[in-house]
Design a protein around this ligand. Structure first.
Ligand SMILES: [Zn+2]
Length: 129
């Protein structure tokens, strides 16, 4: 089965919400974060519309559900990953969110559309390198 990107037209509200995710690239947003950020700019959108637009943006692979905390789903832009870096010498650790464009050539991921996730990196910190 070949997975093709569904890049159908984006509605006006979807565009407003997608722009917000782009402005806040590298951040996770809940439905309520989106609702309050949009309504601050006096563009009054109902909660159920925000839910619907977030579902649509997920179907179009613009954003994905990146985590679930205390029963609240958080979303971020496709291709943004949680990255945990660990120094092999001193054990220094840092967690961040960053945009990553991976090229998968191996068989396990050939028929799998990756939207994001977590990457664990092992290496040397500034002090140890
Ligand atoms: Zn180190």
């Amino acid at each position: 089965m070949k997975l093709s990107a569904k890049t159908s037209r984006i509605s006006r509200y979807e565009e407003i919400i997608y722009q917000l995710f782009k402005e806040k690239a590298g951040e996770e947003l809940s439905v309520y974060d989106v609702l309050s950020a949009i309504n601050i700019d006096k563009q009054i959108i109902a909660l159920r519309t925000v839910y619907r637009m977030i579902e649509q943006l997920q179907l179009k692979r613009k954003i994905y559900c990146s985590s679930l905390k205390d029963g609240t789903r958080y979303f971020m832009l496709t291709n943004y990953y949680y990255i945990e870096m660990t120094c092999r010498i001193c054990g220094w650790k840092r967690k961040t969110i960053s945009e990553v464009h991976c090229t998968y050539t191996g068989k396990p991921l050939m028929n799998f559309y990756v939207v994001g996730g977590q990457i664990d990196c092992s290496g040397l910190c500034q002090k140890c390198s």
